[in-house]
Ligand binder design. Structure first.
Ligand code: GDD
Ligand code: MN
Length: 364
């Protein structure tokens, strides 16, 4: 087995057979397999692939449940093969399969780690991309320069072929979040990547719809942030701290309003401040920090209860310490911050284990 082509799929039923036909035509004489990684598409893509794979030994299926994500799907597909060369390609026929032999030929020379299908090289093109998508893509391109470490003409390309040696070199440093698996791999390399680019014209999608949305854009920023500072600080902890800072601001503003301005008793002001900050932190952490395990519907409510319980020890210490310090004559903002500092260390540990930890277990 020389080449594995990893194809992430989500609702691509119509495209599976046409893609396989095209690959068979272009890759005559090459020993290859196609690994579809499907995230339990509601349209039954996985069932169709399984049916084809029964009689076609070049086709394999990795069926994931309870999870989503192009990049992580590709990583798992690559890890599931023994082939010495690994390619990634979309299922929707937008990537021109006829350049695969050229990519393969260049990699076989042994001079490169990765051959990249590029839309921005002479001879290539963005195809029928809407002007808005082109603008978005250009913005992403500019941002990618921060982390790519190389002058790639199409760092956002999801179409490439690389050696197993290169993959194994970088795989443990990947972020695995979002859509940009190639950028992730290249930005994870500790040494300059030997790359070569092959131009192609991006095709129009004919069946099915694109999965690109606001979430994917946020995940892209997550990838960039992780590559910029992730080796020093876990992004999740940074996000948690940012959200925490917002919580501190909420907490202190309410204390100021109720205790200082409206002259409530400290106990009552603290209770309201802690409750509101708890609600705000929960909601924002759920959307931002733990977005890939986000709780919705009933799970959101039960998650809130678990979160409140998990944070109760931290919040009680916060309450007790703030009150103690104020009673001893410490200036109230200082007392408030001391209480928060002690409480939040507990809360981070407890909530990451109990609230989002159990949720992660539930979905697998
Ligand atoms: N398993 C899995 N899970 N596959 C997914 C998921 C997911 O959550 N989301 C998307 N896919 C699959 C799609 O089924 C398709 O085969 C491929 O990933 C690309 O998704 P599209 O929704 O068609 O994305 P796009 O056309 O906007 O962008 C793609 O092409 C660009 C140009 O090469 C992406 O691959 C970009 O990364 C790439 O830059
Ligand atoms: Mn597409």
């Amino acid at each position: 087995m020389e080449l594995a082509i990893v194809v992430p799929t989500f609702n691509e039923k119509e495209n599976v057979r046409p893609l396989l036909d095209r690959l068979r035509r272009t890759l005559q004489g090459v020993s290859y397999e196609v690994i579809f990684v499907d995230d339990d598409s509601p349209d039954g893509t996985a069932a169709l692939i399984r049916e084809i794979a029964r009689t076609d030994p070049t086709v394999r299926l990795l069926h994931r449940i309870g999870r989503r994500g192009l990049a992580s799907a590709c990583l798992e597909g690559m890890l599931s093969t023994t082939a010495s060369l690994l390619a990634v390609m979309d299922a929707d026929l937008q990537h021109d399969e006829t350049i695969l032999p050229e990519m393969l030929a260049r990699i076989r020379t042994g001079k490169y780690d990765v051959a990249i299908g590029s839309r921005n090289l002479a001879g290539g093109g963005m195809g029928g991309f809407a002007p808005r998508r082109v603008a978005l893509s250009n913005l992403g391109l500019a941002v990618s320069r921060l982390i790519a470490g190389q002058q790639l003409t199409d760092p956002m390309s999801g179409y490439f072929l690389m050696t197993r040696a290169f993959f194994e070199d970088v795989m443990r440093s990947t972020t695995g979040v979002g859509f940009k698996i190639m950028l992730d791999l290249i930005a994870s390399s500790k040494r300059p990547v030997r790359f070569t680019e092959v131009p192609y014209e991006f095709r129009q999608r004919e069946a099915g719809v694109s999965k690109l949305d606001l979430n994917i854009a946020i995940e892209y920023l997550y990838l960039v942030a992780d590559k910029l500072i992730g080796q020093w600080l876990p992004i999740r902890f940074v996000l948690y701290c940012l959200v925490g800072a917002m919580g501190v601001a909420v907490h202190l503003s309410i204390l100021w309003l109720l205790y200082v301005e409206l002259r409530y008793r400290l106990e009552n002001a603290l209770l309201v401040a802690i409750t509101v900050a708890l609600l705000a932190n929960y909601a924002v952490n759920n959307i931002l920090t733990y977005r890939e395990r986000r709780l919705r519907g009933w799970a959101f409510l039960t998650g809130l209860i678990v979160y409140a319980l998990a944070c109760s020890v931290g919040n009680l210490s916060n309450y007790a310490l703030t009150k103690l310090l104020v009673d001893r004559g410490v200036w109230w903002p200082l007392a408030g911050i001391s209480g928060l500092a002690v409480g939040s260390v507990w809360n981070f540990a407890a909530s990451s284990i109990f609230t989002w930890g159990t949720a992660a277990k539930r979905v697998g």
